[in-house]
Design a protein around this ligand. Structure first.
Ligand SMILES: [Fe+2]
Length: 213
């Protein structure tokens, strides 16, 4: 029964716990089904985060004096069913990756809504420790969403473009490979300026990541 904001928070936390545990089961399948290496890595990385998020919710339940289990998040169930439909569908790897990114982002947006509300309710109720835990997860979900956007904008679009223009006479263009290779020189300048005897800690050049903004 919902008679107070605290009831709503309890319900929400248990809903999120169900959502995260469903996701822990689904993400390995999604990672396996993804073709793009970056997408695969993003999904696998988020699986680790999701396990931590579930643990964070268990801690939250402890703080609130409630049991985490016993509720099924129907929304996540539906979202994951849609994801499974995409995975089962016939089609090109790039198009399927694109559709999987959409499915994954819908999941993230659902979670962002839930954690955002949980943080607000916890803050209003003076549950500062709970609010801090919700903030931590909320930031991870936003970052996961942004990463997916980055993958969609770079890799998947490139692949989809290639599929769209498969004129065999047209030579493949290799562009945009020579960006951002200036930092090494700057490092050397800095090293010269310092009177240190040996070149310690020479860092490997930072690779430009696909989803970097
Ligand atoms: Fe999550």
């Amino acid at each position: 029964m919902l008679t107070s904001l605290r009831d709503v928070l309890h319900d929400l936390v248990r809903d999120l716990y169900s959502a995260e545990t469903q996701l822990i089961k689904a993400l390995p399948k999604m990672a396996k089904a993804a073709s793009d290496a970056g997408l695969k890595a993003a999904i696998t990385g988020h699986l680790e985060e999701t396990r931590e998020q579930a643990a964070r919710l268990e801690k939250t339940c402890e703080l609130l004096g409630i049991k985490p289990k016993g509720k099924t998040c129907q929304a996540m169930k539906g979202l994951l069913e849609e994801g499974a439909e995409v995975m089962a569908e016939e089609g090109s790897p790039a198009a399927k990756d694109a559709a999987m990114i959409v499915a994954a982002q819908k999941v993230e947006h659902y979670e962002i809504a839930g954690y955002g509300a949980a943080r607000v309710f916890a803050t209003v109720l003076g549950e500062t420790e709970v609010a801090a835990l919700m903030t931590e997860t909320l930031e991870e979900e936003k970052a996961a969403d942004a990463k997916l956007t980055g993958i969609a904008e770079s890799t998947v679009n490139d692949e989809a473009d290639k599929e769209g223009s498969d004129d065999p006479d047209e030579p493949e263009e290799d562009e945009e490979d020579a960006d951002e290779e200036v930092e090494d020189d700057e490092d050397e300048e800095e090293a010269k300026a310092k009177p240190t005897p040996a070149k310690m800690g020479k860092k490997p050049p930072a690779k430009a990541t696909a989803g970097k903004r």
